[in-house]
Design a protein around this ligand. Structure first.
Ligand code: IDP
Ligand code: MG
Length: 141
C-alpha cells in the first residue's frame, strides 16, 4: 500500500465557504499536506483529468462543474493514503455517505460532492503528476 493520495476540494465546497473547514478535517484525520494549490481549471484540463469518465452520461456536467470555479488540488500523505482518504470523504453520493465524513457534512449533491479522492495507488500517482511536479512536493522523513 502506498502512502500518498491525490485529493481535490471542489468548486461547490469553496463557493459554499468550506475550504478551511475541509482542510482542518484533512489535517485532523492525520494527513500531511505534501502539496497544495488553488487553481481554476479550464474545461480542457477538467476533460483531461476526468478522461477515464468520458463515455459516462455525466461527463459534460462534471467537467463543466469542475471548471466553474476554484478548486484546491492536494497531494496528501498518510499510511494507506488512498483507502484512508476515501474513508474520510465517504460515498460518492452524499445521501449515502456515513456520518462524520466530509461528503456527508459538506457535499450538496451527487455531482457537486465537495471533494475528490484517487481510487488506487496507480491513479493517485498519475493524478498527482497531473497538477504537481516532483520538486513541488514536500518530502517528510
Ligand atoms: P468518486 O469521486 O467517488 O471516485 P466517480 O464514480 O469516480 O466517484 O465519479 C467522479 C465524479 O463524477 C463524482 O465525484 C461526481 O462529482 C461525479 N458523478 C459521479 N456520478 C455522477 C452522476 O451520476 N451524475 C452526476 N455526476 C456524477
Ligand atoms: Mg473516482
Amino acid at each position: 500500500m502506498g502512502n500518498k493520495t491525490y485529493a481535490m476540494i471542489k468548486p461547490d465546497a469553496i463557493r459554499n465557504g468550506h475550504l478551511g473547514k475541509i482542510l482542518d478535517c484533512t489535517i485532523s484525520a492525520g494527513f500531511k499536506i505534501l502539496g497544495a494549490k488553488l487553481i481554476r481549471m479550464t474545461k480542457a484540463q477538467a476533460e483531461g483529468f476526468y478522461a477515464i469518465h468520458k463515455e459516462r452520461p455525466f461527463f459534460n456536467e462534471l467537467t463543466t462543474f469542475m471548471s466553474s470555479g476554484q478548486t484546491m488540488v492536494l497531494a496528501l500523505q498518510k499510511e494507506n493514503a488512498v483507502s484512508a482518504w476515501r474513508t474520510t470523504i465517504g460515498a460518492t453520493n452524499p445521501a449515502e455517505a456515513e456520518e462524520g465524513t466530509i461528503r456527508k457534512e459538506f457535499a450538496t449533491s451527487l455531482s457537486e460532492n465537495a471533494v475528490h479522492g484517487a481510487d488506487s495507488d496507480e491513479n493517485a500517482k498519475i493524478e498527482i503528476g497531473f497538477f504537481f511536479t516532483e520538486s513541488e512536493l514536500i518530502s517528510y522523513q
